[in-house]
Ligand binder design. Structure first.
Ligand code: HEM
Ligand code: HEM
Length: 185
């Protein structure tokens, strides 16, 4: 069946993951500046738990996309369409790769990884302080690149809404419909 909007599950997954990614990034940066102590340690646990949530929901999201139809494409130029696909591919790669690099950075450093103290994921690798440092740096650099890509993606969505006046953003937002907002569907 043809559809013109993202379904509620795809929308929820998109916005929950986006919030978790932004929160994990913000916490990752802020905790670097804090003095060592219980609060800093708790923030790392929160950071790792949010990152694990991102991987888990991204797996669900890929599965959901495979069994539900994508909304019909809004007419655009071939270049814009390829650019959007490449950006989405980059975002999906980052949603898997960055938390996974973070996981291995934590394991090789000997940190306990899990979702608070509810679930602990045993480490499959041995301690390696040198590798841990390389992975931590790669995780940080990749996270900054991820935020730039997400920023470009968000600006494009806002540009579609405000400048091109089409339904690209509206169909990813709950309660906003193209007809009510007088947009091109
Ligand atoms: C989308 C998910 C994630 C994002 C956006 C993210 C982002 C970040 C950022 C921005 C930093 C600070 C890096 C710097 O300033 O150089 C950081 C540090 C770190 N992250 Fe993540 N991260 C994510 C998921 C994870 C996960 C799943 C784990 C592990 C289970 C993890 C483990 C770490 C560790 C161990 C550090 C270094 C902490 C320290 O200073 O000792 N991250 N992350
Ligand atoms: C870390 C943050 C974000 C990530 C990882 C992300 C990821 C994605 C991905 C992978 C898609 C492709 C469709 C899908 O698989 O669900 C998508 C679609 C979309 N995103 Fe995001 N997104 C983020 C933040 C944002 C923000 C802040 C906005 C708006 C300001 C936004 C607006 C949209 C819109 C409008 C679509 C539909 C595009 C279309 O139909 O071609 N996203 N997003």
């Amino acid at each position: 069946m043809q559809t013109t909007r993202y379904d509620p599950i795809a929308m929820s997954l998109h916005w929950i993951v986006a919030l978790a990614v932004f929160a994990a990034y913000g916490i990752g940066l802020v905790r670097e500046e804090l003095p060592k102590g219980d609060f800093r340690a708790w923030l790392l646990t929160l950071h790792m738990s949010l990152g694990l949530l991102v991987i888990a929901l991204t797996v669900v999201r890929v599965g959901w996309h495979m069994i539900t139809p994508a909304p019909t494409a809004i007419p655009t130029t071939p270049i814009a369409s390829v650019a959007a696909k490449l950006v989405h591919l980059g975002l999906y790669s980052a949603m898997f790769a960055i938390p996974i690099i973070g996981l291995f950075a934590a394991w090789t450093k000997g940190r306990v990884v899990g979702v608070f103290s509810l679930i602990v994921i045993p480490s499959p690798v041995s301690l390696d302080a040198h590798l841990a440092k390389i992975l931590e740096d790669a995780h940080g650099v990749a996270a900054h690149a991820f935020m730039i890509l997400a920023g470009v993606h968000a600006l494009a969505a806002i540009g579609h809404h405000l400048v091109l006046r089409d339904a690209t953003l509206a169909r990813m937002l709950p309660f906003v419909t193209a007809r009510r907002s007088n947009l091109r569907a």
